[in-house]
Design a protein around this ligand. Structure first.
Ligand code: MRU
Length: 346
């Protein structure tokens, strides 16, 4: 049975009249609240604080933040606007370290800026909007490519949130699941994704907004689910893909990849080429973000002299040899360990 294409109900970012509105993902699913920003430092803080998260969405937010910075400083300080903008861009670059889309978007904005002699406001705003729109288009293309590869597969497990909330819209891994579900019913499982609970708070909410039924599992239930033969594919996004095909993604992705290999389950990574770091030879070079202990350490241990601490790396690197296919908007690479992904560079 063919279903009508899903309506895009979820928007992480909205740009209107020189203002960036960010859906505060810390408050989901209880509250749908947009915060409105007109300066780049505010957006940098929103990225660090995870109001907006997910590699492509972080890049798009940073592009809009550069447009905001130019708008603010070019008008108010003709003499110093370039150095004020450079300071804002440095703040944005320091907001989170692992998602390469952030640096990709900042570079694109900088290159455009360098090519303009006169007033750059309109051109930079237009480029940010284009980066946003192109991400949505790439996601829809990847959705079609990925869904074709899945064919009639029934049991799909995703991790973290790689959906509309993490992108310009539609999603990467969730885009594939959306497209696959549009053609036939699938059994969709979402890992809760400790410690920040992107799966439990965001993915199942986003799917239900799109009328796609989903089953939430504790991360530690993935092994028994695979052992019982209920999963055909694990489908995840990526924060940075090295040239050799190694993939940095949300902590726990590597564990799922190892489990999948053992159980004969396939692993699909879905990411636009803006997530590929063509200059990085191998995943071992990727900077892994460490976040605060307070994200999961009980307060009673966060005292001076406490013998209990927490270790909170929020990404891990899955070696290319554990990945069956990487889906990009420029096509799918099967067995990426054999070829790497460098040939996708334009
Ligand atoms: O810490 P987060 O929530 O920003 O991590 C997000 C992920 O790891 C996603 O899987 C990745 O960015 C791909 S999003 C399309």
């Amino acid at each position: 049975m063919s279903r009508s294409p899903n309506k895009l109900n979820v928007h992480a970012l909205k740009w209107q009249d020189g203002q960036l509105s960010i859906l505060d993902q810390r408050k989901l699913p209880e509250q749908v609240q947009y915060n409105h920003y007109v300066t780049a430092p505010e957006v940098a803080e929103a990225i660090t604080d995870m109001q907006v998260r997910g590699a492509p969405a972080i890049g798009i937010a940073a592009a809009y933040a550069v447009a905001l910075s130019v708008r603010q400083h070019y008008v108010t300080d003709k003499a110093a606007w370039k150095s004020l903008l450079a300071a804002d861009m440095a703040l944005l670059a320091a907001s989170r370290p692992t998602a390469v889309n952030l640096f990709w978007a900042l570079n694109k904005m900088q290159t455009q800026l360098d090519s303009i002699a006169g007033n750059p406001i309109a051109a930079l705003q237009a480029l940010a909007e284009q980066i946003h729109q192109q991400d949505i288009t790439a996601n829809q293309t990847m959705g079609t490519i990925g869904a074709d590869i899945l064919a009639d597969a029934q049991g799909l497990l995703t991790h973290c949130n790689a959906g509309a909330l993490a992108t310009g819209g539609y999603g990467t891994a969730l885009g594939v699941i959306r497209s696959a579900y549009a053609s036939q019913t699938r059994q969709v499982f979402a890992g809760e994704t400790r410690p920040w609970l992107q799966g439990a708070r965001l993915t199942v909410w986003e799917l239900s907004e799109d009328a796609i039924p989903a089953t939430l599992i504790a991360d530690s239930a993935a092994a028994i689910l695979m052992q019982q033969g209920k999963i055909d594919w694990v489908i995840v996004g990526a924060d940075r893909i090295a040239a050799n095909g190694d993939v940095a993604n949300k902590i726990g992705t590597y564990a799922l990849a190892v489990l999948a290999k053992y159980h004969g389950v396939k692993l699909m990574v879905v990411a636009p080429t803006s997530t590929i770091d063509f200059a990085m030879a191998a995943g071992s070079q990727i900077a892994i973000e460490q976040r605060a202990e307070s994200e999961f350490l009980p307060d009673c241990y966060a005292q001076a002299g406490s013998l209990v601490s927490a270790w909170n790396p929020v990404f891990d690197v899955t070696p290319a040899e554990l990945i069956d296919v990487i889906v990009t908007e420029r096509g799918a690479i099967f067995e990426p360990a054999k070829s790497g992904v460098a040939h996708l560079s334009d």
